[in-house]
Design a protein around this ligand. Structure first.
Ligand code: GLC
Length: 567
């Protein structure tokens, strides 16, 4: 087994695109609205693709735009082969792909295999078919406990709050069986023990691959297969700080949370992989919330996923020792199975990092929760400064990076949203106790002052209203403006490509480090992060890019700033 250092330097020499790509996440309802109804759509996206090409990204991952009652913003799919009319048509998607390809941008779509919508034909047929039928076997239908089946079959809790089981009324009007839903009651979990489910998904995967998509992001990839017999859980939520699963051995974790990370899930993944490999040059990325990293690395073994999101990195403490450890562990653990690491700071499920990094660690809501109106107000100037630095540090790393729409504008979390606008099922299911994820999903500001939604459309309609402070982050106010966050991202992506950092030879540069700084060299580029409090003297070399606008005047790197230097 190579040493840690050998792993670091030998890392990521293969040429496959997904190992090095910068992948930009589009949340379709909030990116750009072509028809002015207040909800983003495919025509809106197509009309704005040039701006993504000029940003310098390699690929786009789309959150789901398939037919859906939108109870969980499209993660409740009722037809996997149709674009939802609120976003457009399948033909609109053909146009979008063609334009993206002409700009050299790859397309990744979101597949949701853990559950469907309760409006999916499979679920409707299962309801009608009755107890014990082959149709019900598509899902987890069980009799309840208690004298009259009045208690749920086990103690599992929904990730969005409340029980993970709902009881149905049978066709004859009597109270009947219960069905499992790890998320909202409108999202029944599929039964992956039933071989018909794998057959169905083979075809769904092929459908979009044939249309030319370059790959899939796989939703809840760690949850598809449940432990046989559906035994009670002893830990209900992997995000509970007082009972982290990562402290348990793998066998203990599989028992404690019988719906996450079960061994059988890997067979399902291998089956997906076979389908992906029928096509040239495609890839899939797992949304697997597994921790610690050696456990997560099992998802990216050679015949499984190509990539998985690195949530331990995303949630790492903002300090040098913690970041250094997680980066080393990521490169080493993924490297052991021949995979490259991914890096990510924000997505549609968490607090935008320009705000998150302005919150004291003890006040930071747990992953998946937003900022509650009664929480301490974040320090947004500090948050933005740190976010720019954290991103500059991330984009110099070898491997693939994921960006979430709007972070290139330095967009903060819209934590001010009033309760009446909130749509995340978490908010309703916990009666507002957990505020949910709407704050990171607000439509983007494109042109300051164009309608109430700053150019998201021209009508000003907006499914979630932008807070007043979004205007100053509008893209047109940043375009071409030296020192703006948008220009910083463009510069980072340009230099990243020029120096081939995605596939670079990486090492920690201890000679440039003290206890308040972190430094690495990737190819010929030194990346130095000053966490503060004091300014540090710049190492010699040509400054390629810096988060600190007036660096050359000052000659020193201030706190919470990053510089890239060509050695
Ligand atoms: C994933 C998605 C999230 C969704 C959930 C249920 O975690 O990222 O947005 O609510 O799965 O599909």
């Amino acid at each position: 087994m190579p040493s840690t250092n050998e792993f670091l330097t030998a890392f990521n020499k293969d040429a496959e695109w997904w190992r090095t790509s910068v992948i930009y996440q589009i949340y379709p309802r909030s990116f750009a609205d072509g028809d002015g109804d207040g909800l983003g759509d495919l025509q809106g996206i197509t009309s704005r693709l040039d701006s993504l090409a000029s940003l310098g990204i390699d690929a786009i991952w789309f959150s789901p735009f398939f037919k859906s009652p939108q109870k969980d913003a499209g993660y409740d799919i009722s037809d996997y082969r149709q674009i939802d009319p609120i976003f457009g048509t399948n033909e609109d998607f053909d146009v979008l792909i063609a334009k993206a390809k002409s700009l050299g941008i790859r397309i990744i779509v979101d597949i949701v295999p853990n559950h469907t919508s309760d409006q999916h034909e499979w679920f409707q047929v299962a309801l009608a078919a009755g107890k014990g039928s082959a149709e019900r076997d598509y899902y987890h239908f069980k009799d309840g406990k208690g004298e009259n089946g009045e208690l749920p079959p086990n103690n599992w809790q929904s990730i969005f709050g409340g029980p993970a089981w709902s009881r149905i009324t049978e066709a004859d009007g009597t109270l009947g069986q219960w069905y499992l839903h790890l998320f909202d009651s409108s999202q029944p979990d599929l039964n992956w023990e039933n071989p018909k489910i794998a057959d169905e998904f083979d075809e769904i995967l092929r459908f979009w691959l044939k249309k030319g998509v370059d790959g899939y992001r796989v939703d809840v990839a760690h949850g598809m297969v449940k432990r046989a017999g559906l035994p009670d859980a002893t830990i209900y939520d992997e995000n509970l700080r007082e009972k982290p699963i990562s402290n348990l051995t793998m066998a203990e974790a599989e028992l404690a949370v019988p719906y996450w990370g079960q061994p059988g899930v890997h067979d399902a993944i291998r089956r997906f992989r076979k389908v992906i490999d029928e096509f040239d040059d495609r890839a899939m990325c797992a949304e697997a919330s597994m921790s610690p990293l050696p456990r997560l690395a099992m998802w990216v073994r050679p015949d499984e996923y190509h990539q998985s999101f690195n949530f331990d990195y995303m949630h790492s403490a903002y300090e040098p020792a913690a970041l250094k450890k997680i980066i080393t562990d990521s490169i080493v653990e993924y490297g052991k199975v021949g995979a490259s690491s991914t890096w990510v700071m924000s997505n549609h499920d968490g607090i935008r990092h320009a705000t998150r990094l302005g919150i004291a660690p003890e006040n930071t809501p747990r992953p998946g929760d937003g900022i509650h109106p009664t929480d301490p107000v974040p320090d947004e100037a500090l948050g933005l400064r740190r976010a720019r630095a954290a991103t500059a540090f991330m984009l110099g790393l070898p491997g693939s990076s994921y960006l979430y729409q709007g972070e290139e504008l330095g967009l903060p979390e819209a934590w001010q949203l009033e309760g009446k606008y909130r749509q995340d099922p978490t908010y309703a299911r916990t009666k507002g106790k957990r505020i949910g994820r709407d704050g990171c999903r607000v439509p983007l500001p494109w042109e300051a002052g164009v309608g109430a939604a700053n150019g998201f459309n021209t009508t000003g309609n907006s499914w979630l209203p932008q807070p007043d402070n979004y205007r100053v982050f509008s893209r047109n106010l940043q375009e071409g403006v030296a020192g703006s966050t948008l220009e910083l991202y463009k510069r980072l992506l340009k230099e990243r490509k020029a120096f081939q950092l995605g596939a670079g030879a990486f090492r920690w540069a201890d000679e440039y480090q003290d206890k308040n700084t972190l430094a690495y060299v990737n190819n010929d580029v030194l990346v130095l992060f000053n966490f503060g409090p004091d300014a540090v003297v710049l190492p010699a070399g040509e400054v390629l890019v810096t988060t600190q606008h007036d660096l050359l005047v000052e000659g020193e790197l201030e706190h919470d700033q990053v510089v890239w230097i060509k050695l």
